[in-house]
Design a protein around this ligand. Structure first.
Ligand code: AMP
Ligand code: MG
Length: 337
């Protein structure tokens, strides 16, 4: 049975803030996508950034400053590339931010963006304003991801999922918000309503029945190795290819059992970013699943903006975790090339 109030007793104030911020950010990103503002630029690491990435980060950081002015934020974007980039893009960002915060000025937007420069500390928020930017540009899956970390542990995490329909929702509701608080479960509701349902991973124990969730972008993983893992585990179901941490939400809903983030052969030095894993990992754990790196180590969020102590990620429904780790070891996928 869905419940209509926010289902958390601990961290209720932060959970309420995360919900408001995720709703505002997700609505804004959807508007940008609907209006087909596909203006994008390449950052110094050649990854794309869009009007939505900047606008959502500025709005969430601005909301955070109002609500919790002393709390730190680690977020993916900074004002540097926006200031150095095209004036057309900067003016679109200003317009979209003003659609939520009418008084905003460019200088304020730059300042809000740069609030996200934290690289760690005893407690901080972590934000990926548009996770799966390549999916966003393809009109496909992406999420807004926000988490709260204390002493290196994710305590609260949420995903705004513009293309994930909550279980049992009517056909016209295609967006959801997911929120998880440590010890209090992971919950999902439709983006605009308050019909909270508890999320629960699948009970599947047979590797051959495991459904693999994997990146849509071949360059973010090792497709050959993923195929070899599927063969070794004798997975019969075709893999589900999706962008972003929406995959973690699908796993948490019991709509998949295994999610491997393998190293791309083109980027053997790659370290996972904190904002790509923090919210998704607590959502899976609080749904009864398990998240480690490819060697079975816990994700270590004490290392700053990147998870430098870890190698890739394995998320599962828990029951299949040991079998997946054994397969990774057998194929040598638990070592950096
Ligand atoms: P996904 O949509 O699951 O493929 O993941 C999207 C995230 O992958 C982006 O937010 C990027 O930060 C991250 N990413 C970019 N390049 C790589 C790479 N070579 N290996 C793993 N992840 C990457
Ligand atoms: Mg991301």
């Amino acid at each position: 049975m869905p419940i209509s109030i926010l289902p958390f007793h601990q961290h209720a104030e932060r959970a309420e803030f995360a919900l408001q911020a995720l709703r505002a950010g997700t609505r804004l990103a959807r508007t940008v996508q609907r209006e087909r503002v596909v203006q994008s630029a390449a950052k110094s690491d050649r990854s794309p950034v869009t009007v939505a990435d900047y606008a959502v980060q500025a709005v969430v950081a601005g909301m955070l400053e109002l609500q919790f002015p002393d709390e730190r934020l680690m977020a993916e974007e900074s004002s540097q590339a926006l200031r150095a980039g095209s004036p057309v893009m900067a003016s679109m960002v200003l317009d979209y931010v003003r659609s939520v915060m009418p008084e905003a000025q460019s200088s304020e937007i730059h300042r809000w963006l740069d609030l996200g420069c934290a690289s760690g500390g005893p407690a901080y928020w972590v934000l990926d304003p548009v996770d799966g930017t390549k999916g966003f540009l393809r009109n496909d899956h992406y999420v807004v991801a926000l988490a709260w970390i204390e002493a290196g542990q994710v305590i609260l995490g949420g995903l705004g999922c513009p293309r994930l329909t909550p279980p049992g929702a009517s056909g016209d509701c295609d967006a959801s918000v997911v929120l998880a608080v440590r010890g209090e479960g992971a919950w999902i509701t439709d983006l605009d309503g308050n019909r909270w349902q508890r999320m629960q991973v699948s009970r599947e124990r047979r590797p051959e029945k495991a459904r693999m969730l994997r990146s849509f972008e071949a360059g973010h993983t090792d497709e050959g190795l993923l195929d070899a893992l599927a063969r070794r585990l004798k997975c019969e179901a075709p893999p589900v290819r999706m962008d972003s941490q929406a995959k973690y939400a699908r796993l948490a809903l019991g709509e998949g059992e295994l999610l491997f983030r393998l190293l791309s052969p083109a980027r053997p030095d790659y370290c996972e970013k904190a904002w790509d894993q923090a919210a998704g990992s607590i959502v899976v754990e609080e749904s009864g699943g398990r998240v480690t790196d490819l060697r079975g180590e816990s994700l270590d969020f004490r290392r700053g903006r990147e998870l430098t102590a870890n190698l890739g990620v394995l998320a599962s429904n828990g029951h299949l975790h040991a079998a997946a780790l054994r397969a990774l070891e057998a194929l040598g996928a638990n070592r950096r090339p």
